[in-house]
Design a protein around this ligand. Structure first.
Ligand code: XMP
Length: 355
Protein backbone atom coordinates (compact mmCIF):
# COMPACT_ATOMS: atom_id res chain seq x y z
CA UNK A 1 0.00 0.00 0.00
CA UNK A 2 1.12 3.56 -0.43
CA UNK A 3 0.04 7.03 0.52
CA UNK A 4 2.39 9.31 -1.39
CA UNK A 5 1.27 12.57 0.18
CA UNK A 6 1.66 11.17 3.71
CA UNK A 7 4.84 9.36 2.62
CA UNK A 8 3.63 6.06 4.02
CA UNK A 9 4.37 2.72 2.39
CA UNK A 10 3.78 -0.83 3.46
CA UNK A 11 3.99 -4.43 2.28
CA UNK A 12 2.61 -7.57 3.82
CA UNK A 13 5.04 -10.04 2.31
CA UNK A 14 8.83 -10.43 2.17
CA UNK A 15 10.31 -8.32 -0.66
CA UNK A 16 13.83 -9.27 0.48
CA UNK A 17 13.60 -13.01 -0.21
CA UNK A 18 14.85 -14.18 -3.59
CA UNK A 19 11.57 -15.93 -4.45
CA UNK A 20 9.62 -12.64 -4.53
CA UNK A 21 9.34 -11.39 -8.13
CA UNK A 22 10.75 -7.82 -8.40
CA UNK A 23 11.32 -7.71 -4.63
CA UNK A 24 14.61 -5.92 -5.11
CA UNK A 25 13.01 -3.33 -7.42
CA UNK A 26 10.38 -2.67 -4.81
CA UNK A 27 13.01 -2.08 -2.12
CA UNK A 28 15.10 0.09 -4.43
CA UNK A 29 12.10 2.26 -5.33
CA UNK A 30 11.29 2.73 -1.66
CA UNK A 31 14.85 3.48 -0.57
CA UNK A 32 16.04 5.64 -3.44
CA UNK A 33 12.87 7.33 -4.74
CA UNK A 34 11.05 7.91 -1.46
CA UNK A 35 13.32 7.48 1.56
CA UNK A 36 16.02 9.73 0.12
CA UNK A 37 18.91 7.27 0.40
CA UNK A 38 21.69 7.34 -2.17
CA UNK A 39 23.05 3.79 -2.24
CA UNK A 40 26.60 5.08 -2.47
CA UNK A 41 28.20 2.30 -0.42
CA UNK A 42 31.07 0.85 -2.37
CA UNK A 43 33.67 -1.67 -1.23
CA UNK A 44 36.35 0.97 -1.86
CA UNK A 45 34.65 3.61 0.34
CA UNK A 46 34.29 1.01 3.05
CA UNK A 47 37.96 0.03 2.75
CA UNK A 48 39.16 3.66 2.89
CA UNK A 49 37.06 4.46 5.98
CA UNK A 50 37.96 1.21 7.71
CA UNK A 51 41.71 1.53 7.17
CA UNK A 52 41.55 5.04 8.63
CA UNK A 53 39.52 4.00 11.64
CA UNK A 54 41.72 0.97 12.37
CA UNK A 55 44.79 3.23 12.33
CA UNK A 56 43.11 5.69 14.69
CA UNK A 57 41.87 3.00 17.10
CA UNK A 58 45.07 0.99 17.22
CA UNK A 59 47.55 3.88 17.34
CA UNK A 60 50.87 2.24 18.04
CA UNK A 61 49.27 -0.73 19.84
CA UNK A 62 49.59 -4.36 18.80
CA UNK A 63 46.85 -6.44 17.23
CA UNK A 64 46.23 -10.14 17.33
CA UNK A 65 44.01 -11.72 14.70
CA UNK A 66 42.81 -15.32 14.90
CA UNK A 67 42.36 -16.73 11.41
CA UNK A 68 40.56 -19.86 10.27
CA UNK A 69 41.09 -19.72 6.52
CA UNK A 70 37.48 -18.65 6.06
CA UNK A 71 36.51 -15.52 4.18
CA UNK A 72 35.64 -13.34 7.20
CA UNK A 73 38.86 -13.71 9.13
CA UNK A 74 40.90 -13.49 5.90
CA UNK A 75 39.29 -10.16 5.01
CA UNK A 76 39.96 -8.86 8.54
CA UNK A 77 43.58 -9.95 8.21
CA UNK A 78 43.86 -8.18 4.84
CA UNK A 79 42.43 -4.95 6.30
CA UNK A 80 44.89 -5.12 9.19
CA UNK A 81 47.69 -5.89 6.80
CA UNK A 82 46.91 -2.73 4.82
CA UNK A 83 46.51 -0.49 7.86
CA UNK A 84 48.70 -1.68 10.74
CA UNK A 85 50.49 -4.63 9.14
CA UNK A 86 53.74 -4.38 11.06
CA UNK A 87 51.85 -4.24 14.38
CA UNK A 88 49.72 -7.30 13.61
CA UNK A 89 50.18 -10.99 14.42
CA UNK A 90 47.83 -13.59 12.98
CA UNK A 91 47.31 -16.90 14.75
CA UNK A 92 46.06 -20.00 12.99
CA UNK A 93 45.21 -23.10 15.00
CA UNK A 94 45.51 -26.18 12.80
CA UNK A 95 43.46 -28.79 14.66
CA UNK A 96 44.00 -31.47 12.00
CA UNK A 97 40.28 -31.51 11.13
CA UNK A 98 40.49 -29.33 8.03
CA UNK A 99 39.90 -30.34 4.44
CA UNK A 100 42.79 -31.78 2.46
CA UNK A 101 45.29 -29.06 1.56
CA UNK A 102 43.45 -26.35 3.49
CA UNK A 103 46.09 -25.71 6.16
CA UNK A 104 48.76 -25.35 3.45
CA UNK A 105 46.49 -23.00 1.56
CA UNK A 106 46.04 -20.72 4.56
CA UNK A 107 49.79 -20.59 4.94
CA UNK A 108 50.28 -19.81 1.27
CA UNK A 109 47.59 -17.11 1.21
CA UNK A 110 49.23 -15.45 4.16
CA UNK A 111 52.76 -15.56 2.91
CA UNK A 112 51.76 -14.39 -0.58
CA UNK A 113 49.04 -11.85 0.12
CA UNK A 114 49.49 -10.45 3.60
CA UNK A 115 52.30 -8.86 5.49
CA UNK A 116 51.47 -9.63 9.14
CA UNK A 117 53.36 -12.24 11.08
CA UNK A 118 51.61 -15.58 11.04
CA UNK A 119 51.89 -18.04 13.91
CA UNK A 120 50.68 -21.52 13.01
CA UNK A 121 49.89 -23.68 16.01
CA UNK A 122 50.00 -27.32 14.95
CA UNK A 123 47.68 -28.98 17.44
CA UNK A 124 46.91 -32.25 15.63
CA UNK A 125 48.17 -34.48 18.46
CA UNK A 126 46.36 -32.47 21.12
CA UNK A 127 42.99 -32.64 19.33
CA UNK A 128 43.29 -36.29 18.32
CA UNK A 129 44.24 -37.41 21.80
CA UNK A 130 41.37 -35.44 23.39
CA UNK A 131 38.90 -36.84 20.84
CA UNK A 132 40.01 -40.44 21.30
CA UNK A 133 37.04 -42.70 22.00
CA UNK A 134 34.50 -39.83 21.78
CA UNK A 135 31.51 -40.50 19.54
CA UNK A 136 28.71 -38.20 20.77
CA UNK A 137 28.44 -35.13 18.47
CA UNK A 138 27.88 -32.45 21.11
CA UNK A 139 30.68 -33.82 23.24
CA UNK A 140 33.00 -33.65 20.22
CA UNK A 141 31.98 -30.01 19.60
CA UNK A 142 32.61 -29.16 23.24
CA UNK A 143 36.03 -30.81 23.27
CA UNK A 144 37.05 -29.08 20.04
CA UNK A 145 35.89 -25.68 21.36
CA UNK A 146 37.70 -26.16 24.67
CA UNK A 147 40.89 -27.22 22.97
CA UNK A 148 40.96 -24.03 20.92
CA UNK A 149 41.03 -22.17 24.24
CA UNK A 150 43.76 -24.47 25.59
CA UNK A 151 45.84 -23.69 22.50
CA UNK A 152 45.50 -20.00 23.27
CA UNK A 153 46.36 -20.56 26.92
CA UNK A 154 49.52 -22.42 25.97
CA UNK A 155 50.51 -19.36 23.97
CA UNK A 156 49.62 -16.90 26.69
CA UNK A 157 52.82 -14.92 26.24
CA UNK A 158 51.85 -14.02 22.68
CA UNK A 159 48.40 -12.92 23.77
CA UNK A 160 49.64 -10.88 26.69
CA UNK A 161 51.98 -8.93 24.51
CA UNK A 162 49.07 -7.62 22.40
CA UNK A 163 46.49 -4.92 23.03
CA UNK A 164 43.72 -5.70 20.55
CA UNK A 165 41.96 -8.77 19.29
CA UNK A 166 40.52 -8.50 15.78
CA UNK A 167 37.48 -10.64 15.04
CA UNK A 168 35.54 -11.34 11.87
CA UNK A 169 32.11 -10.73 13.45
CA UNK A 170 29.47 -9.97 10.81
CA UNK A 171 26.19 -8.09 11.13
CA UNK A 172 24.10 -11.31 11.31
CA UNK A 173 26.22 -12.34 14.36
CA UNK A 174 25.55 -8.93 15.92
CA UNK A 175 21.81 -9.33 15.36
CA UNK A 176 21.82 -12.90 16.65
CA UNK A 177 23.63 -12.06 19.85
CA UNK A 178 21.09 -9.34 20.67
CA UNK A 179 23.23 -6.39 21.66
CA UNK A 180 26.81 -7.29 20.95
CA UNK A 181 28.89 -4.48 22.38
CA UNK A 182 32.44 -3.79 21.36
CA UNK A 183 33.73 -4.52 24.85
CA UNK A 184 32.21 -7.98 25.10
CA UNK A 185 33.85 -10.88 23.33
CA UNK A 186 31.13 -12.80 21.63
CA UNK A 187 30.90 -16.45 22.59
CA UNK A 188 31.62 -17.66 19.14
CA UNK A 189 30.74 -21.28 18.47
CA UNK A 190 33.90 -21.61 16.41
CA UNK A 191 36.20 -21.01 19.33
CA UNK A 192 33.92 -21.91 22.23
CA UNK A 193 34.37 -18.53 23.93
CA UNK A 194 37.62 -16.93 24.94
CA UNK A 195 39.02 -17.02 28.47
CA UNK A 196 38.49 -14.19 30.96
CA UNK A 197 42.19 -13.53 31.46
CA UNK A 198 42.43 -12.29 27.89
CA UNK A 199 42.24 -8.57 28.52
CA UNK A 200 42.32 -7.59 24.88
CA UNK A 201 40.18 -4.86 23.40
CA UNK A 202 38.08 -6.14 20.53
CA UNK A 203 38.00 -4.68 17.03
CA UNK A 204 35.38 -5.90 14.62
CA UNK A 205 35.81 -4.13 11.28
CA UNK A 206 33.09 -6.19 9.54
CA UNK A 207 30.34 -5.81 12.13
CA UNK A 208 28.09 -3.78 9.83
CA UNK A 209 28.46 -6.06 6.82
CA UNK A 210 26.64 -9.05 5.40
CA UNK A 211 28.51 -11.97 3.88
CA UNK A 212 28.06 -10.85 0.26
CA UNK A 213 29.48 -7.42 1.14
CA UNK A 214 32.45 -9.03 2.89
CA UNK A 215 33.10 -10.96 -0.31
CA UNK A 216 32.99 -7.74 -2.35
CA UNK A 217 35.42 -6.09 0.06
CA UNK A 218 37.69 -9.14 -0.17
CA UNK A 219 37.70 -8.92 -3.95
CA UNK A 220 38.46 -5.19 -3.84
CA UNK A 221 41.37 -5.94 -1.51
CA UNK A 222 42.75 -8.33 -4.12
CA UNK A 223 42.10 -11.61 -2.33
CA UNK A 224 41.89 -14.63 -4.61
CA UNK A 225 38.60 -16.26 -5.53
CA UNK A 226 39.70 -19.36 -3.60
CA UNK A 227 39.57 -17.31 -0.42
CA UNK A 228 36.68 -14.97 -1.23
CA UNK A 229 34.30 -17.58 -2.61
CA UNK A 230 35.14 -20.27 -0.10
CA UNK A 231 32.06 -22.06 1.16
CA UNK A 232 31.12 -21.97 4.85
CA UNK A 233 33.01 -24.57 6.86
CA UNK A 234 32.09 -25.44 10.46
CA UNK A 235 34.55 -24.52 13.21
CA UNK A 236 34.73 -28.13 14.47
CA UNK A 237 35.62 -29.08 10.89
CA UNK A 238 35.66 -32.73 9.92
CA UNK A 239 34.93 -33.53 13.56
CA UNK A 240 31.22 -33.13 12.74
CA UNK A 241 31.49 -34.86 9.36
CA UNK A 242 33.04 -38.04 10.71
CA UNK A 243 30.36 -39.95 12.53
CA UNK A 244 31.66 -41.93 15.44
CA UNK A 245 35.25 -41.70 16.64
CA UNK A 246 37.58 -39.16 15.04
CA UNK A 247 40.96 -40.76 14.37
CA UNK A 248 43.79 -39.66 12.04
CA UNK A 249 43.00 -42.64 9.77
CA UNK A 250 39.32 -41.74 9.51
CA UNK A 251 40.20 -38.08 8.89
CA UNK A 252 42.44 -39.16 6.02
CA UNK A 253 39.68 -41.28 4.43
CA UNK A 254 37.21 -38.40 4.69
CA UNK A 255 39.70 -35.87 3.32
CA UNK A 256 40.50 -38.01 0.30
CA UNK A 257 36.84 -38.70 -0.56
CA UNK A 258 35.95 -35.03 -0.03
CA UNK A 259 38.81 -33.98 -2.27
CA UNK A 260 37.63 -36.23 -5.14
CA UNK A 261 34.02 -35.02 -4.84
CA UNK A 262 35.05 -31.37 -4.87
CA UNK A 263 37.55 -31.88 -7.67
CA UNK A 264 34.75 -33.30 -9.83
CA UNK A 265 32.47 -30.42 -8.83
CA UNK A 266 35.12 -27.90 -9.87
CA UNK A 267 35.84 -29.68 -13.15
CA UNK A 268 32.16 -29.73 -14.09
CA UNK A 269 31.56 -26.15 -12.91
CA UNK A 270 28.70 -27.39 -10.73
CA UNK A 271 30.35 -25.96 -7.61
CA UNK A 272 29.17 -22.47 -8.59
CA UNK A 273 25.52 -23.31 -7.96
CA UNK A 274 26.14 -25.07 -4.65
CA UNK A 275 26.11 -23.56 -1.16
CA UNK A 276 28.00 -26.33 0.62
CA UNK A 277 29.30 -29.70 -0.51
CA UNK A 278 31.26 -32.33 1.34
CA UNK A 279 31.88 -35.99 2.01
CA UNK A 280 30.95 -37.46 5.40
CA UNK A 281 32.11 -40.79 6.81
CA UNK A 282 29.54 -43.03 8.45
CA UNK A 283 29.99 -45.14 11.53
CA UNK A 284 28.81 -48.46 10.11
CA UNK A 285 30.40 -51.16 8.00
CA UNK A 286 28.97 -53.04 5.09
CA UNK A 287 30.04 -55.96 2.95
CA UNK A 288 31.35 -55.49 -0.56
CA UNK A 289 33.57 -57.19 -3.09
CA UNK A 290 36.79 -55.87 -4.59
CA UNK A 291 38.38 -58.12 -7.23
CA UNK A 292 38.00 -61.58 -5.71
CA UNK A 293 38.11 -60.35 -2.16
CA UNK A 294 35.26 -59.78 0.24
CA UNK A 295 35.48 -56.32 1.85
CA UNK A 296 33.96 -55.06 5.06
CA UNK A 297 34.44 -51.31 5.02
CA UNK A 298 32.87 -47.92 5.72
CA UNK A 299 30.46 -45.90 3.55
CA UNK A 300 30.92 -42.30 2.44
CA UNK A 301 27.91 -40.03 2.14
CA UNK A 302 28.03 -37.14 -0.31
CA UNK A 303 26.14 -34.01 0.68
CA UNK A 304 25.58 -30.98 -1.57
CA UNK A 305 22.95 -28.35 -0.92
CA UNK A 306 21.63 -25.13 -2.33
CA UNK A 307 20.68 -22.46 0.19
CA UNK A 308 20.36 -18.71 0.71
CA UNK A 309 21.36 -18.46 4.33
CA UNK A 310 21.83 -22.01 5.72
CA UNK A 311 18.50 -21.75 7.57
CA UNK A 312 16.84 -23.90 4.92
CA UNK A 313 18.54 -25.99 2.25
CA UNK A 314 17.72 -28.35 -0.60
CA UNK A 315 19.71 -31.30 -1.92
CA UNK A 316 21.40 -30.40 -5.22
CA UNK A 317 19.76 -32.28 -8.14
CA UNK A 318 22.80 -33.95 -9.74
CA UNK A 319 22.57 -35.98 -12.92
CA UNK A 320 22.84 -39.68 -12.06
CA UNK A 321 25.96 -40.10 -14.24
CA UNK A 322 27.83 -37.45 -12.27
CA UNK A 323 27.13 -39.17 -8.95
CA UNK A 324 27.99 -42.56 -10.39
CA UNK A 325 31.32 -41.24 -11.66
CA UNK A 326 32.21 -39.69 -8.29
CA UNK A 327 31.16 -42.87 -6.47
CA UNK A 328 33.36 -45.02 -8.73
CA UNK A 329 36.34 -42.78 -8.22
CA UNK A 330 35.97 -42.75 -4.44
CA UNK A 331 35.60 -46.52 -4.10
CA UNK A 332 38.52 -47.13 -6.44
CA UNK A 333 40.86 -44.49 -5.05
CA UNK A 334 40.17 -44.32 -1.33
CA UNK A 335 41.24 -47.26 0.82
CA UNK A 336 38.72 -48.15 3.48
CA UNK A 337 35.58 -47.14 1.53
CA UNK A 338 33.41 -49.68 -0.30
CA UNK A 339 30.10 -47.82 -0.74
CA UNK A 340 29.02 -44.26 -1.62
CA UNK A 341 25.61 -42.75 -0.90
CA UNK A 342 24.01 -39.42 -1.81
CA UNK A 343 21.96 -37.57 0.81
CA UNK A 344 18.66 -36.38 -0.72
CA UNK A 345 17.22 -34.78 2.39
CA UNK A 346 16.37 -31.09 2.61
CA UNK A 347 16.73 -28.87 5.70
CA UNK A 348 14.37 -29.09 7.51
CA UNK A 349 13.90 -31.88 8.51
CA UNK A 350 17.61 -32.74 8.16
CA UNK A 351 20.45 -30.28 8.85
CA UNK A 352 23.25 -29.39 6.46
CA UNK A 353 25.90 -31.09 8.61
CA UNK A 354 25.43 -34.72 9.64
CA UNK A 355 26.28 -33.99 13.28
P1 XMP B 1 23.30 -27.08 10.06
O1 XMP B 1 24.06 -28.37 10.08
O2 XMP B 1 22.79 -26.68 11.44
O3 XMP B 1 24.34 -25.96 9.65
O4 XMP B 1 22.19 -27.06 9.05
C1 XMP B 1 24.01 -24.63 9.32
C2 XMP B 1 25.31 -23.92 8.96
O5 XMP B 1 26.14 -23.81 10.10
C3 XMP B 1 27.36 -24.53 9.91
N1 XMP B 1 27.65 -25.22 11.15
C4 XMP B 1 28.59 -24.82 12.03
N2 XMP B 1 29.46 -23.79 11.98
N3 XMP B 1 30.34 -24.45 14.09
C5 XMP B 1 30.34 -23.62 13.01
O6 XMP B 1 31.16 -22.70 12.98
C6 XMP B 1 29.49 -25.50 14.21
O7 XMP B 1 29.51 -26.23 15.19
C7 XMP B 1 28.57 -25.69 13.11
N4 XMP B 1 27.58 -26.60 12.88
C8 XMP B 1 27.04 -26.28 11.67
C9 XMP B 1 27.10 -25.46 8.75
O8 XMP B 1 28.30 -25.79 8.04
C10 XMP B 1 26.14 -24.67 7.91
O9 XMP B 1 26.80 -23.70 7.12
Amino acid sequence: MENLSAKKFGVQFHPEVTHTPDGRELLKTFLFNHAGLKGDWTPQNFIDDTLKSIRETVGDGKVLCAVSGGVDSSVVAALLSESVGSQTTCVFVDHGLLRKGEAEQVHETFTKTFHPNLIVINAHDQFFSELKGITEPEQKRKIIGENFVICFERNKAVLESHDFLAQGTLYPDVIESGSATASKIKTHHNVGGLPDWMKLKVIEPLRWLFKDEVREVGRALGLSSEVVDREPFPGPGLGVRILGEVTPERVKITQEADWIFREELRKSGLNRGIWQSYAALLDVRSVGVMGDERTYEQPIVLRAVTSEDAMTAQAFPFAFEFLEHVANRIVNEVDGVNRVLYDLTSKPPATIEWE
